[in-house]
Write a protein that binds this ligand. Structure first.
Ligand code: NAD
Length: 285
């Protein structure tokens, strides 16, 4: 009989994380600390509205205060910068989140750079990416942080493991590389210019796929007993598909995450975790 791998129960991992965060937030509240998250939405993209609404819902569920600032297309870069500066000064605001993408006429890079790095809950500021590279993980981009939560929950020791990351984006691949290195994995990064991708993936104990290419990774490309984390979210004929052929690889791997119901579930909870870590750090220092 073929021994099948397991689809990771990410829902359960997230529920456990929420219990832990609720406890930490209550501890802060007892000390009269009520961290607030400010969310800035300046685009007319439906998916972004849903993402912002999900983030607000989780904040409400866990007892985090939140304010949403929504702008229409007439907004100027200066108006957003003025708001960011006001929020930077507001000591009740512990986290500032600018939902991307912004309206095309706005300068995304300049706006992100103006967020106080200590309030950069999304972990996109170059200073936080740099800190991560030297081992300070106070504020880490939410999706890679969520992947570490999953690996920790599965009790996977990354030390000396061959970890392969496919994708080198600023929000997933690059921070992921450093999180793995910080845990003493041997890290290989593949991307759209990599030749013979399978030569790398077949050697991966841990395989993290973040490309946006539906079912890029198939059974013949994975190592027996590997742990595969599928970050991709691809909408095909109204259905969500990941970057990994989940059912195919399941016959060979130890664990694989599904899409939907996988890595995506941890992203929002990591945002709240960043906020809690910011609040704990400020009030400890
Ligand atoms: P991106 O477009 O910024 O980067 C994609 C990366 O994949 C690039 O580095 C590119 O070099 C690499 N790539 C593309 N085609 C490839 C190929 N054929 N072989 C090898 N590498 C290839 O994307 P991103 O923002 O990193 O997102 C990647 C995917 O993850 C998308 O589907 C996105 O929707 C999804 N995503 C999910 C979450 C979540 O919460 N689950 C969060 C962020 C992104």
């Amino acid at each position: 009989m073929i021994k099948m791998g397991e689809i990771v129960n990410v829902k359960e991992i997230v529920e456990n994380k929420k219990v832990e965060l609720k406890r930490r937030i209550e501890e802060l509240n007892k000390r009269n600390i009520f961290p607030k998250l400010a969310l800035i939405l300046a685009n007319d993209d439906n998916a972004s509205r849903i993402y912002v609404s999900n983030k607000r819902k989780l904040c409400d569920e866990l007892g985090i205060l939140e304010d949403e600032y929504t702008f229409d297309k007439s907004v100027t870069k200066q108006e957003i910068l003025d708001l960011v500066n006001k929020l930077n000064q507001d000591e009740n605001v512990y986290g500032i989140l600018v939902q991307l993408p912004l309206f095309e006429h706005l300068d995304e890079e300049e706006i992100l750079l103006n967020i106080n790095p200590n309030k950069d809950v999304d972990g996109f500021h170059p200073l936080n990416l740099g800190k991560l590279a030297i081992g300070d993980e106070t504020i880490v981009s939410c999706t890679p942080k969520g992947i570490i939560t999953i690996l920790d929950s599965l009790n996977i020791d990354l030390k000396s493991k061959n970890a392969v990351v496919i994708g080198r984006s600023r929000i997933v691949g690059k921070p992921m590389i450093h999180l793995l290195l910080n845990r003493n994995a041997t890290v290989t990064v593949c991307h759209s210019k990599t030749k013979n991708l399978e030569d790398y993936t077949r050697n991966a104990d841990i395989l993290i796929v973040a490309t946006g290419v539906p079912h890029l990774v198939t059974k013949d490309m994975v190592k027996e007993g590997a742990v595969v984390l599928d970050v991709g979210i691809n909408r095909i004929d109204g259905k969500l598909k990941g970057d990994v052929d989940t059912q195919g690889v399941l016959e060979k791997v130890k664990y694989v995450t599904s899409v939907p119901g996988g890595v995506g579930l941890t992203t929002v909870v990591s945002l709240v975790e960043n906020l809690v870590e910011i609040a704990e750090k400020i009030n400890r220092d």
